[in-house]
Design a protein around this ligand. Sequence first.
Ligand SMILES: [Zn+2]
Ligand SMILES: [Zn+2]
Length: 576
Amino acid sequence: MENIKKIRHSLSHIMAQAVLEFYPKTKLGMGPAIENGFYYDFQFSAPLQESDLEKIEKRMKEIILQNEKLEKEEISKIKAKKLFAKQPYKLELISELPGKTVTIYTNGNFTDLCKGPHIKNTKEINPNCFQITKIAGAYWRGDEKNKMLTRIYGLAFETPEKLMSYLKMMEEAEKRDHRILGEKLDLFVFSDLVGSGLPLYTFKGTAVLKEIKKYSNQLQGEIGYQEVQTPNMNRSELFKVSGHYDKYKDDMFIVHSHYSKEDYFLKPMNCPQHTQIFASKPRSYKDLPIRIADFAQLYRDEKTGELSGLTRLRGFSQDDGHSFCTEEQIKDEFKAILSAIEKAMKTYGMNYKIRLSFWDPKKPEKYLGEPKTWKKSQQLLEEILIENKIDYEKAFGEAAIYGPKMDLISKDSLGREWQISTIQLDFIMPQRFDLKYIDSDGKEKTPVMIHRAIVGSPERFFGILIEHYAGAFPVWLSPVQVAIIPISEKHLDYAKEIEKEIQKNNIRVELKNENETLGKKIRGAEMQKIPYLLVLGDKEIEAQSVAVRERGKGDLGAIKIDAFVEKVAKEIKDKI
Ligand SMILES: [Zn+2]
Ligand SMILES: [Zn+2]
């Protein structure tokens, strides 16, 4: 185990130790290491206040400086039950653990039930490299039927500098929170009546979303994908054949019909439907690859508590596509998709790394298909990356149910990682749907299916982009690209003429016609992060020009409207 994980987990022990010193009657839940830190779940006899966290943190630092050893001991379950007689949650865990013995860890006056590993001595922790951050409610073992416990979170890093830079990044991320900016910039709304996880995109939000989809469609068009339209629901039978019904049915919304006995499902993915387009007529090797793209709405039944802004939704689309090809064509197909993704990430200004997601050979029951098919396809994907000299890391147990995949982990402007794009190899679904083509030797063969997405879900990506750009979208993506601000009422007619001229060129423009002072109108447009403001008064009318203010650059002076339109149109075309 990585040392930082041991440090994080050991800090959870030290936190429980400090908590018990202050509140001896506290019942202990669990305390794992998590990304960037740790937590511990407690049941306090009186509610804990945020203000109590300071003294807990202070006491933890003192414990660390006592250089306490963390010592492991294996004891019988009978002895453990006596030791934890006053700790009902620990007793529950002891009785569920396999075997006759359990392991405990002791440092100073504190002993916890734990399988480890930990650091050997508290002196391995720099007392300035961690911080207690917050308390939250958490059900025991994440089950809402259980009691609500109090979870105390902490952050911990290798060095105080790393902790500081993480705290700074979080502060910036909070300012960029897409849920807050989304409302401020009037991009999307949620309604209780519509339901959670089901956003409504406003005029402005829809404009951005359409640009994201249009660009994905352009990129996949360049590598031979053509768009289709498919229904949002289908017979359950389709998912029984695909295998999703068995593995995935609890995550699908079910639809009952008044007229047919069979249940329908809202589709969580497009793949099974696309197999039916392939199967709709005889196919020859000359027709392959057949590349299908689809932006249909998809629905997944998520727990309400897990929904978050646009990054976790119940209804969304994907820039989804499937290539049906021969085995010989796999490499070229992957290469083409990788190049489209690379282009997209460059345009959006994101770095990325590739994760090769393999199956978990210890849990073959989680997947469809034979081990030998898995071996073959995993090897093939690795070859593609090696041949194209692309760096990658491997992750076991992250594959899709039908095959291995390449996931692109993108880094936003704050250095946060997001899994966005994916390319997946699938030998199994074509078999399950009995797809065939006639090969050059006249024999029937089964095509290979490649599942791929460029930015994944455009809606989720929209949420990520809001934070990535802190709401200041590049011109081509901006919901409003140009704001026109007439200085007074008498300049309104000219402003309307200019508005028409800009609209004619498919540039998104807003005329600030409200009864406000000039300063207030300019500030309003700046708050909306509109890239260009045109201020129009007597001077501009006389010169038949526009006075331009550019976001982040200030006054550009007066130019003719034709020249301005040409400049903005070029920036939009070049995706700046
Ligand atoms: Zn432990
Ligand atoms: Zn698919």
